[in-house]
Design a protein around this ligand. Structure first.
Ligand code: G1P
Length: 273
């Protein structure tokens, strides 16, 4: 079955960007003129997905407004040179469906994904963490991952090599290389200290998950940081040989940190000017 849905966990507080994120969702912070979440949605569209499922929380209404018509504004700029600035978002609104659910308590990424079950149902789906902003020369990271999914028909995580000193910021995998860029995963650890990391292959915020993940998540106990971790749930699938890690081709910016956000801004500015 073809993947059509993309889940965006977007309920987090974004405390690293306070005070900017006091009243604005972190997913709405712009790199140049586009909010982070719009980059994520555009990546999903580029991979052929058209149903966007967003897990939000309190104080996140700006997200819904962004992916909706704004008649008053559109009326103001109709026929002016500003109109074209809205082309991208208009196209998104015309071609995709958006659905929302709220995560009432912040119990971790695994819990956020489980909260999205009601929007996703019984089919494989993609997950994008919008604060990992990616840029690729040919195919987007999600497009590359969907090709891998079509071949292996199991959960896929995107990984990249990171310095060992940084493993404690990521889920880290280990396994058997099937090709230069494809690993059959047999171990996964959430945010290990460098000495405990099974490799330096870090998961970035792109996943393709098979729907059995929801039952696993329901049984997953709180892990690192007392939160329900998607990494722990995926380890259950990995034990059955059902997780592939894919070393994607492209660049990733950690826009959840101020440094990464500034790097992304400079990169896209230089690319687009
Ligand atoms: C989450 C995941 C982690 C993954 C990371 C990618 O962590 O828990 O396994 O490596 O996203 O960005 P977070 O960055 O939300 O703390």
């Amino acid at each position: 079955m073809k993947i059509t849905k993309c889940l965006f966990p977007a309920a987090g507080y974004g405390t690293r960007f306070l005070p900017a994120t006091k009243a604005i969702p972190k997913e709405m912070l712009p790199v140049l003129t586009k909010p982070l979440l719009q980059y994520g949605v555009e990546e999903a569209i580029s991979a052929g997905l058209s149903t966007m499922a967003i897990v939000t929380g309190r104080g996140k209404r700006a997200i819904e407004d962004h992916f909706d018509r704004s008649y008053e504004l559109e009326n103001q700029i109709d026929g002016t040179s500003k109109e074209q600035l809205m082309d991208g978002i208009r196209n998104i609104i015309n071609t995709c469906t958006f659905s929302y659910t709220r995560q009432v308590e912040m119990k971790g990424l695994g819990h956020a994904i489980l909260t999205g079950e009601t929007l996703v149902g019984e089919e494989a789906f993609a997950v994008v963490l919008a604060d990992d902003l990616c840029d690729c020369e040919e195919k987007s990271v999600l497009s590359q991952m969907i090709e891998v999914y079509e071949k292996y028909q199991c959960s896929i995580v995107a990984v990249e090599e990171v310095p060992k000193s940084e493993t404690k910021k990521y889920g880290v995998i280990a396994g058997d290389f099937l090709t230069d860029d494809i690993v059959r995963v047999n171990d996964m650890v959430e945010k290990p200290e460098p000495k405990d990391a099974p490799s330096n292959l870090a998961i970035i915020g792109r996943y393709i998950l098979t729907p059995d993940i929801f039952d696993i998540l329901r049984d997953t106990k709180p892990g690192k940081g007392g939160e329900i971790q998607i990494t722990d749930a995926l380890l259950e699938q990995a034990k059955q040989g059902k997780v592939i890690a894919y070393k994607f081709k492209g660049k990733r910016f950690d826009c959840g940190s101020v440094d990464g956000f500034v790097q992304a801004t400079n990169y896209f500015y230089n690319k687009e000017k």
